[in-house]
Every structure is written in structure tokens, then in C-alpha cells.
Design a protein around this ligand. Structure first.
Ligand SMILES: Cc1ncc(COP(=O)(O)O)c(C=O)c1O
Length: 392
């Protein structure tokens, strides 16, 4: 302990990042590592987007923008939300942020008071836990299960609603499971939100990555839902733009007006050059996006039967670029499995415990390497697993 750490505010709760650090440390000392751990696309940002950013630099886009973002970008986002999802937001109902990450923090700052409970689709992207903790709230996981392909079940949400419940964070497709919650269930969730008067944060960052016949339904399109929903989306995953840091929230104007000053306080505005890049992503050719999506689909279609052949089960992923895989047949807890797999074979995967899962039965595979690399990783995983099973 030290003078500073002795005086930490209670909102700073212990978040254990030691496992990730250990894994990255092991990988750094190895050759020939195949990383299927992070949720960061292996593709580069499409060239026309990079060119637009260079042009913006040459045109002296070196200064602050308004806190809610470039007017042209906000208009393009509103148009895309209508065209892609049937959502009805105007340009002034959009707040551009440093990734969806900053939107998440802004939502929690705006809506969570100490002691408030926030229901979160689980297993989950644990930024939500930290953001809720930083606001003095209590994250409440809503479990999803493999037998249901990790889709949400409205009864599981309802069972956890208390007088302190403020909102439900709905992530579909979800990270780490890739689960798409079917439209019929989304309608039930909307009915529940209205009946029990809770707010919805709809994190739709993976919504353009949907594999047929799965369908995405944006909950804010349903009657009575826009007023109680904040829709989050961004550019990191869809356009392979993780490092540019551009995301946004969409919400009714009265809310946007209330969060404009807090948003200014966080970082004034999203990096101006990155906003120009995001504008090009939406207004330029969409072929690079479609090519990336086709490749993700091909990898997924190869990987699912390969996992089955290696004796694993998984929740059928309807979207995103993850397969949440059950390794209980190896009788080895997932954190140990991932560490030994990395040390023995150089394949890096993350255990479900890094995604708030109490079970040690799962690993998340991100298929974010070219197919030949994924095939080589799968050969190593299958051989490792055969050795582990033989020794068990
Ligand atoms: C569900 C979910 N929401 C938000 C984010 C944050 O993305 P961004 O890069 O836009 O901050 C991620 C990143 O992995 C995610 O998986």
C-alpha cells in the first residue's frame, strides 16, 4: 500500500487483470504464436478510409470539433441507423465518442446512482462491470446458456429485477458468445422493460456481423422503446478501426443535451481526424466491409465443424467473430487449459472467466486470423487436447 492507494475512493474496486498480463507475457517470449484471443480484426482499415484521414490532415483538420461530433458525421450516422436498422434518430440525437467504450462510461455516469443495479447480458464484456462500479452501482449478470445458444431468456432478466434495477444492458450479438437474441425475444424484452419501467442500453457494436438465417432487431425501433433506450454502436469492429477510437450513442434529444457537458468533460471531442475517417467509412464504398464479412463467415463455417470433430461443443454463434467453446470434456479448467495450450503449442485463446463467467468450462475463440492460420491453430488445439484427454 502507499499514500495514494490508501486514499482510493470506494469506486475503485479491485479488477484482476493479472491473467491477461501473464498470458501476454508468455506469448511475448515465444515464437510462432497464433493469437486468437483479442477482439481486434486482423484486417487493416480499408484504404479509402485511411486516404480520407490523410486528406483531412492535409486540409488542416487539426482542431477541436463540437463535443457531440462533426455535423456531417452525425448526419451520416443517423442516416445509416435508419437505412441499416430502421432506427429513427436525427443527427442531433447522436453523440460521437472515443469508441463505444466512452459511450458506455457516459451512459453510466448519466444514469447510475450509488446502489443502483444494472442487469448485464452474461458472459459479458466486463467494461460494463467497471463502468457501473465507477459510478457506485452494482452489476447484476443475467446468465445465458449453451443449450440456448447463449441467447437471452426474458425470464432470466425478470427474475433479477428489484426496486433498485435501473437498466438492462442488452448486447446482441454478444461478446464473448457471438449469440444473437432472436427478434421474438427482443420483443418480449421490450414488453418487460415497459411493464417494469426499466431503461435499455442496446449495445449493437456487432450488429452488421450477422450470419443468415439469424436476424438482428434494434430494440429502439419497437413501439414505446426509443424513449427508454440508448443505442450504442461504432466503427471498431465493422470497419476494422479499433485504433481510431470512434463510436457513438444515439438517444432522444433531451438526453443528448444533458450529457453534452459531461461528454465535453471526458475528452472534449473524439479525435477530429478519426471522425473524418469514420465519415468516409459510412459514405464511401461498402465493398471492403462486405469482403471482410464474407471472410469471417468462411472462417466460422470452417471452424464450427472442426471444433465438433475435435470433440468440443459450443453455442451456435449467430454473429460477431467469436465461438464460445465448451472444453469441459478435457476435464481441465479453462484458465489452466489456455495457459498450457499457449506454453505447449503457441496458440493463444482466452478463458471464459475473463468474461465474467463463473464456469471454468469455456474458452473464447476469436477467428481473427487468415483461414490457413486458423487451420494450423486448430491442428495444434486438436493434438494438445488429444494429449490432455489421454492423460486424464
Ligand atoms: C460488446 C462490446 N461493446 C463495446 C466494445 C468497445 O468497443 P470500442 O472499440 O468501440 O470502444 C467492445 C469491444 O470489444 C465490445 O465487445
Amino acid at each position: 500500500m502507499s499514500l495514494l492507494t490508501d486514499r482510493l475512493a470506494p469506486r475503485i474496486v479491485e479488477e484482476d487483470g493479472s491473467y491477461r498480463t501473464k498470458m501476454l507475457g508468455i506469448a511475448a517470449g515465444m515464437k510462432d504464436v497464433i493469437a486468437l484471443g483479442r477482439g481486434d480484426p486482423d484486417f487493416h482499415t480499408p484504404a479509402h478510409i485511411v486516404a480520407a484521414a490523410k486528406a483531412a490532415l492535409d486540409a488542416n483538420a487539426h482542431h477541436y470539433t463540437g463535443p457531440t461530433g462533426l455535423p456531417l458525421l452525425r448526419a451520416a450516422i443517423a442516416r445509416d441507423l435508419t437505412d441499416s436498422y430502421g432506427l429513427d434518430y436525427t443527427a442531433d440525437e447522436i453523440v460521437v465518442t472515443a469508441g463505444v467504450q466512452e459511450s458506455i462510461m457516459l451512459c453510466m455516469l448519466a444514469l447510475v446512482a450509488p446502489g443502483d443495479e444494472v442487469l448485464i447480458t452474461s458472459p459479458r464484456f466486463t467494461t460494463y462491470d467497471t463502468a457501473v462500479h465507477l459510478c457506485g452501482g452494482v452489476p447484476v449478470p443475467v446468465p445465458t446458456v449453451e443449450a440456448n445458444d447463449f441467447a437471452l431468456d426474458v425470464a432470466e432478466i425478470e427474475a433479477r429485477i428489484t426496486p433498485r434495477t435501473r437498466m438492462f444492458v442488452m448486447v446482441s450479438p454478444n461478446n464473448p458468445t457471438g449469440a444473437v437474441t432472436p427478434p421474438a425475444v427482443i420483443r418480449q424484452i421490450a414488453d418487460l422493460a415497459i411493464k417494469r419501467n426499466i431503461l435499455i442500453i442496446a449495445d449493437e457494436i456487432y450488429a452488421k456481423m450477422i450470419y443468415a438465417p439469424n436476424e438482428h432487431l434494434s430494440i429502439a425501433t419497437l413501439p414505446g422503446m426509443k424513449e427508454r433506450t440508448i443505442t450504442l454502436n461504432g466503427f471498431s469492429k465493422t470497419y476494422a478501426m479499433t485504433g481510431w477510437r470512434v463510436g457513438y450513442l444515439a438517444a432522444p434529444l433531451a438526453f443528448v443535451e444533458k450529457v453534452t457537458e459531461p461528454r465535453h468533460t471526458l475528452s472534449i471531442n473524439t479525435c477530429t481526424v478519426s471522425q473524418h475517417a469514420a465519415l468516409a467509412a459510412l459514405t464511401g464504398p461498402q465493398e471492403p466491409l462486405h469482403a471482410m464479412l464474407a471472410e469471417y463467415a468462411e472462417r466460422r463455417d470452417w471452424l464450427m465443424p472442426a471444433l465438433t470433430a475435435a470433440g468440443f461443443t459450443y453455442g451456435h454463434p449467430g454473429g460477431a467473430f467469436y465461438i464460445y467453446t465448451n472444453i469441459s470434456s478435457t476435464r481441465m479448467p479453462a484458465p489452466e487449459f489456455c495457459e498450457r495450450l499457449l506454453r505447449d503449442t503457441g496458440v493463444m485463446l482466452f478463458p471464459g472467466t475473463m468474461f465474467g463467467d463463473d464456469s471454468t468450462d469455456y474458452i473464447r475463440i476469436s477467428y481473427l486470423q487468415p483461414l490457413p492460420m486458423i487451420q494450423e491453430a486448430m491442428r495444434r488445439i486438436a493434438a494438445f487436447t488429444a494429449r490432455v484427454r489421454a492423460a486424464a
